[in-house]
Design a protein around this ligand. Structure first.
Ligand code: SF4
Length: 434
């Protein structure tokens, strides 16, 4: 039996794509995957450094896998934590054989030990080695993420991503389409740090607005195309049309707050009125459109009035899905030096209030779907999704177990349980659109 590897992925969908590419490289090197870390010759942890909680989870996972690995197996830590805290991490965790940031070609050699541990984390502004264009294995589920750009050119006050992922680098359309073809998935979920900015960093070849051409080209190849992380100022009419035309009218708007003064302190565009009129415009064009957004609670300087504005917005606009996150100060960011720190107890109170409000809205909107028809994609036996549910993020649609995985099926919604729906099959849908 050849050498085996085990990869544990933490954090966001973008990290999952990196892991898939690592796996593609390891498979091409002749290694075999295993689901059991204790059997692996190579154990890789792809970490997340987004907030304190994610960092703690990454460390706990590294330590747990260190306990499980067999004698002589090599333990490698990669991903955002490795990039951001490479040397510190290597010093704190002598058990780790290699700390490999994005700047490191993934030559995960199998000889344990060696004279020194390799801690080759890139300090360059742009990582010298991108996982972006590496091959990936065919998708094992009916859907797959595809990363279309890496890095970010914005400077949101709370965010450390541009400092360690570097400026935006958009991929060639051809390379994205090749990956889409190779994945052989029914649904492609496009991801990037700032998706709608795709192409702006290559004005001569791609240019601003090239996301529209890309979405149309991907949609011509797969049944469903879904977009995640849209910065609201880039949501043009052309992009809205392209998204609606894919048959997946799902809008994941990265809003973060609605109070204008607070958004400016976050160094972000927009305000509640602009956001709600854009959402109303989309609903006018496509009444079945689904919306998701994320908001930060307790950003420095957030007043009672700012919080009330957010509550009112959430209540009035009734998005399908919302994530609320408490602000976490990130070293080296603009916000780390701001005054007006919100006390943790107050932050927790605001967070709970918003989450409760949104849970009720989500449940109500799901109840309203009972009795309607939908087309769903069956992800696994008994579990499906319509255009309203992004994989791994939103609720699901429970369907009869006999419905074939990887097929689109017409269903009738017969019940709702919080974020999830229950449906029965009607007739097999030949195509993706109902
Ligand atoms: S758009 Fe803002 S929040 Fe998103 S990655 Fe870029 S800097 Fe961070």
């Amino acid at each position: 039996m050849g050498q085996r590897f085990y990869v544990e992925t933490l954090g966001c969908p973008k990290n999952q794509v990196d892991s898939d590419k690592l796996i593609g490289t390891l498979l091409a090197d002749g290694m075999q995957p295993t689901d059991d870390a204790a059997q692996a010759d190579l154990v890789v942890v792809n970490t997340c450094a987004f907030i304190d909680e994610a960092r703690k989870e990454s460390i706990d996972t590294i330590l747990a896998l260190e306990d499980q690995r067999k004698r002589g197996a090599r333990l490698v830590v990669t991903g955002c934590m490795a990039e951001r805290y490479g040397q510190e991490l290597a010093d704190a965790l002598p058990e780790v054989d290699q700390v490999a940031g994005f700047g490191v070609p993934v030559t995960l050699g199998l000889t344990r030990g060696g004279p020194t541990r390799s801690i080759a984390v890139s300090s360059a502004k742009v990582p010298s080695f991108d996982l972006l264009n590496l091959p990936r294995p065919k998708s094992t589920s009916p859907w797959a993420y595809v990363k279309i750009a890496e890095g970010c050119d914005r400077s949101c006050g709370f965010c450390a991503i541009p400092s360690f992922r570097g400026p935006q680098r958009s991929r060639d359309i051809d390379s994205i389409l090749r990956e889409v073809d190779e994945l052989e998935a029914r649904e492609i979920v496009l991801v990037a740090q700032d998706l709608a900015s795709y192409g702006k960093d290559r004005p001569d070849e791609l240019g601003a607005g090239s996301i529209v051409a890309l979405v149309r080209a991907v949609a011509a190849r797969v049944d469903w195309t879904r977009l995640l992380y849209l910065y609201p100022s880039d949501l043009t009419d052309e992009l809205i049309d392209a998204i609606c035309d894919t048959g997946v009218p799902y809008f994941d708007l990265s809003l973060q707050h609605v109070s204008k003064p607070l958004l400016r302190r976050m160094r972000r565009w927009g305000d509640g009125d602009r956001f709600s009129s854009r959402i109303a415009h989309i609903r006018g064009r496509e009444p079945g459109a689904a919306f998701r957004s994320n908001f930060i609670v307790g950003y420095p300087g957030e007043t009672e009035d700012d919080h009330d504005q957010l509550l009112r917005f959430v209540e009035d606009v009734e998005l399908d899905w919302c994530g609320f996150f408490s602000y976490s100060s990130e070293e080296g960011t603009y916000a780390a030096d701001l005054d007006g720190i919100v006390a943790p107890a107050l932050m927790a109170e605001r967070l709970a209030e918003l989450r409760q409000l949104q849970d009720d809205i989500t449940a109500r909107r799901r109840d309203e779907l009972v009795g309607t028809l939908a087309t769903v994609l069956v992800d696994e036996p008994g579990v499906a999704r319509s255009h309203r549910e992004a994989p791994e993020i939103d609720g699901i649609v429970e369907v009869p177990d006999h419905l074939a995985v990887g097929e689109f099926v017409a269903v009738r919604i017969i019940d709702a349980m919080g974020p999830d729906l229950v449906a029965e099959g009607v007739t097999a849908a030949a195509t993706a659109g109902v």
